[in-house]
Each structure stands twice: as C-alpha cells, then as structure tokens.
Write a protein that binds this ligand. Structure first.
Ligand code: GLN
Length: 551
C-alpha cells in the first residue's frame, strides 16, 4: 500500500514547494524506498499546453506527451526517473472526466456534486499514480496556497484520503516567514494564520518547512510549536539557497527523511545521498567559466521572468558544465534587437563561448535569431538549436548557403517559394478546426543516427528516443538539395522519415534538434548533446584566450 505525503503552500506562492517535494522524494529514494511525485494545478486549463510561458513558465513535456507544469521537470531531475502523464492533474482535467462520466451515465442517475465527486476523482487518480509507479510514497504537491478558493477541493481530497487511512497520510506545509526590514525580526504570524486555515479544512500539518532569508531560530520554533500545535522538531528550517540541488542535503541535516519515516512507523533501509553530494560539491568547486548566450524573444515582459520560460535549458547547461568542472555564465540575448543592430549582435555574440537558440513560436524576433545563427555558422562558434532553433538554422542555411532566397518556415510565411520547414497535413487539419489543446507532435519518438556524425559521437549509439513539442517539420521535399549543399541530416525518425537532427561538417559544433533534449538532462546524468556542446564551448574559450595571449 502506498503512503501519501501532501505538500501544501502557506502565505505565498513561489517559495519552493516544488523543490521541497522533489527533495523529499530524493531523500526517501536515498533511504531505499520507491518515491514518486504528483503535481496538482488548481486552474481550469486541462493541461499546461495552451498557457503562455511568459506568464506560467516553461511547459514541460513527459515521455508520454503530457504538457505539464515545470515542477514535473524538477521531479524528474531530482529523482532521475521519468514521470508519466498520470502524475499530473489540473482542476480542468478532473472536472472534465467527472462531467464526461456523468454524460455517460457513469454515476447511475445520482446528483453529481463538487463534493464528494470531485475529490473522489482526485483520489482515484492519486491511487492510479501509486499503482502505476508501484511507489511506497506518493508525494502530492498541491498548487497555490492555503486559503485560496481554487485548491480547496484538493485539500478536501487529502482530508478524505487521511480519513480512510489515518496511518498512511501526512502533510507538509511549506510556508514563508517574512523579515520586514523596519523591524529586522522574523515574523511567524502569517504562518500561524496559514495553519488555522488548514485546520478549518480539517488538516493539521505534520511538518512545517520554514522558508525564509535566514534559518529559523529556537525561540520561533517554540512559539510556532505552541500556536500551531506541533512538536518543535517538526518545524524545519529552510533558509534561501543559491543552488536548488543543495536542498536535499540541507533537509537531511535536519534528518527530515528519518522524521518522515518515523511518522509512518518505518525505518530507513539504507542511506545514500553520496552521488548527490558529489554532484553538488562539483558544482561548488567549478572554477573555469563557460559563457553561453541564449538568443530568445521573451524579453521586455514587465515583471515576469524570462528564465522561467527556459528552465530546463538552463538546468541542462548547468548539469553539463558542472560535469566538465565549469561554472556556466548564462546570458539572455535579445534576438529582436539583432534585427536592427548587427554591430550589437557581433559584439554580444563575440563574447560568448557558445550560442543556443531555444524553442519558440511565431514570427517575433525570428529574423534576429536567424542572423545570430548565421553569425555562429560563419564565426565557427559552437551552436545548439533546439526545436524552433533547429528550424531557423535550416532556414538560415537554405537562404545563405543553399541559394534559396526568402526560404522560410510556413509558420511565418505560408507563401514562401522555399518552405524548408512546413506543417504536416494532419497538423494543418487540427489547426484549421481549432483543435489546439494537446495536439502538437508530443512526447517521445525514436530517432536513428547516422554514423560518424557529431550526434552519433555524442550519444555513442545510433538508436535514441527524445521528446517533442511542435507542429512544423523539416520539409523532406527539399532534403536532397539541402544535403547536396552540405547540410547533414544526422538523425531521422525511422518510422516516419522525419528529420530530427541537422548538423554541419567543417564546423566544430553546429547542431540543431527538432526535439527538446533539455527535457531529459539530469544533474546526475547530463544530456549527451549538452555535454558535447559545453565541451566544444570550453574548447572555443581556450582558443580565444590563446589568441589574446599571442597578441
Ligand atoms: N514553432 C515551432 C513549431 O511549432 C517550434 C516549436 C518549439 O520550438 N517548441 O514547430
């Protein structure tokens, strides 16, 4: 029988519930148990696929093609295991299945109500996730914070589950402790209120993770203990950290794993965070720097952070760089500005050791990105193009090398004479019918690599599988002529014949992938393409330094 650990937020969002969930899962794994994580998002979108990454952050994609919240990416990175679609739900998806069941007379003529039918559907899904993963522990992160209207029905599900199995469910409240500047003192009252709100939903936290700028001191632990009805040792200090991968190590200093197991009457079977600690140490000791420029369009968006839109790309760069003993310095470069100002582009890109053009949609900034790719090709700078970045690399090559003026992707210009990137017929149909949610080419597809290519050398095999999220594809009708001009289609889908990787010879590292390698990079297992890209970038840096010395 699986045990359930619910992770709930207090006071405000964005304080690391996802990292806490992933860290506790990693810790339980290190103690010899099977742990898995489920994310519940309280909004009505059926999945994250239709959401704007500027507002919501990156859309992560699972092996089986679920478009979900970026937290699933953190779970995968921390657990070093794949998480599948059954481990993600939104209010929208839960209501949709209840309503569809009602339409099929699945409730036998009963009145179908928010409670109990919605929480029952939530519990059914949690049990399904537990069964499919054969997990000893299912960690369930409930999005939002205690006191919101939207997530109440999920608290209700947690409470009902606990009622059925009082020994099998615990609650962790991840709460925020402000230190107002004028007072200079850490305040516990907001968290006391959060606990009250939870109590009124029938939930008593078993642990509080105290997120704050500083560690929580003993007097405050004692106070919380009295007001929140908890043992002081169950209130865990979780001060800010600069590197998320430190979290499991910090939590273990407080013996959180041992304490959680004790609540369930269990003992650890082993204790092995050594790999993790080694990885973290390597990240701390990395001295040489590698400067990676990411040319994107998500800029000037007011208060929203760009970095959240590309979180998996950033993490992949870090994993690969640390493995090479390097400290990544990531620069956000505004592709749109390159459309007007080539000199600025040359100056900015000239200072980078490697250039990435990541995924994206629509026409904005693409001419600037194409220029950046041209620069990378001509200046022999290591280049990694991901999804849209690969498609634009094909456009650049077609225009500037293969003699196809005005070549384009039909996403931007449907009338181009050279549609080197084009939409597949089935995708066109979906688009016209406005059947847009969850209908891109999504999830894992096979890819066969050509021997002797950069890709094959990186993966050290010819058979791979990678995750996708796009509607447009390399146009095979123009493949022969592009190849005759020097473009190498180094990875092809063996079933459909679609081109999945392109690269150039006579360049130290110029490679584009139709898939998203960033979804499969893990801190303990960096992705082979990021690894080779970072290695090439480090080599490029050495050369640059040599030149300066020679002067
Ligand atoms: N816009 C492109 C497509 O739909 C690329 C998508 C992406 O980069 N994820 O094919």
């Amino acid at each position: 029988m699986a045990r359930y650990i619910f992770i709930i937020g207090g006071v405000m969002s964005g304080i690391g519930k996802g990292i806490t969930t992933a860290s506790v899962a990693r810790i339980l794994k290190s103690k010899g148990f099977r742990a898995t994580c489920v994310k519940i998002d309280p909004y009505l979108n059926v999945d994250a696929g239709t959401m704007n990454p500027i507002e919501h952050g990156e859309v992560f994609v699972t092996e089986d093609g679920m478009e979900c919240d970026q937290d699933i990416g953190n779970y995968e990175r921390f657990l070093d295991e794949n998480i599948f679609a059954q481990n993600y739900m939104t209010s929208g998806s839960v209501y949709l299945s209840v309503i569809n069941r009602e339409r099929a007379l699945g409730y036998g003529g009963k009145c179908v109500e928010t409670v109990p039918h919605i929480p029952e559907e939530v519990i059914r899904r949690l049990q399904n996730a537990a069964a499919k993963t054969k997990a000893d522990f299912v960690l369930v992160e409930i999005g939002g914070t205690a006191g919101e209207y939207q997530n109440l029905v999920f608290f209700e599900a947690a409470r009902m589950l606990k009622l059925r199995d009082p020994q099998g469910v615990i609650f962790i409240l991840v709460s925020y402790f402000p230190i107002p500047k004028l007072m200079g003192e850490m305040k516990t009252k907001p968290t006391q209120y959060a606990v009250r709100v939870l109590n009124s939903a029938g939930i008593q936290p078993d642990f509080i993770m105290a997120r704050a700028e500083m560690p929580l001191d003993e007097p405050r632990k004692r106070k919380l203990s009295v007001f929140c009805n908890m043992h002081p040792e169950d209130i865990i200090s979780a001060p800010d950290i600069l590197n998320i991968y430190q979290a499991p190590l910090n939590f273990e200093k407080d013996k959180i794993g041992h304490k959680i197991l004790a609540k369930f009457g269990l003992h650890e079977k082993k204790n092995d965070l050594a790999d993790w600690a080694r990885m973290f140490r390597r990240s701390q000791h990395a001295k040489k720097e590698v400067r990676i420029g990411i040319v994107g369009k998500y800029f000037g968006t007011g208060k929203f952070t760009l970095s959240d839109s590309y979180i998996s790309v950033i993490e992949s760069i870090k994993h690969a760089a640390w493995e090479q003993g390097a400290r990544p310095e990531i620069h956000w470069l505004d592709g749109e500005s390159y459309e007007k100002d080539r000199r600025k582009m040359a100056k900015e890109l000239g200072g980078m050791d490697g250039i990435i053009v990541p995924g994206g949609f629509g026409a904005r900034a693409i001419e600037g990105k194409i220029r950046a790719i041209e620069y990378a090709r001509e200046s022999l700078k290591p280049f990694l193009g991901i999804c849209y970045g690969m498609q634009l690399a094909v456009v650049e090559f077609a225009r500037n090398v293969a003699g196809m003026p005005g070549a384009n992707t039909t996403e931007v210009n449907s009338k181009t004479k050279y549609p080197v990137i084009d939409v597949m017929a089935d995708q066109k149909e979906k688009y016209l019918k406005k059947d847009l949610g969850g209908t891109m080419r999504l999830g894992a597809y096979n890819c066969k690599l050509k021997e002797g290519t950069i890709a094959c050398r990186a993966y050290k095999t010819t058979k791979i599988s990678e995750r996708h999220r796009h509607r447009y594809e390399f146009n095979n009708a123009l493949k022969e002529v592009l190849e005759s001009k020097g473009l190498v289609a180094s990875g092809v889908n063996p079933e459909s014949g679609l081109v999945e990787i392109i690269e150039l010879r006579k360049h130290p590292f110029f490679l584009g992938t139709q898939f998203h390698p960033e979804f499969k990079s893990r801190p303990l297992n960096p992705h082979p393409l990021f690894r080779e890209f970072i290695k090439a970038s480090l080599k490029n840096k050495v050369k640059k330094n040599d030149k300066t010395h020679a002067k």
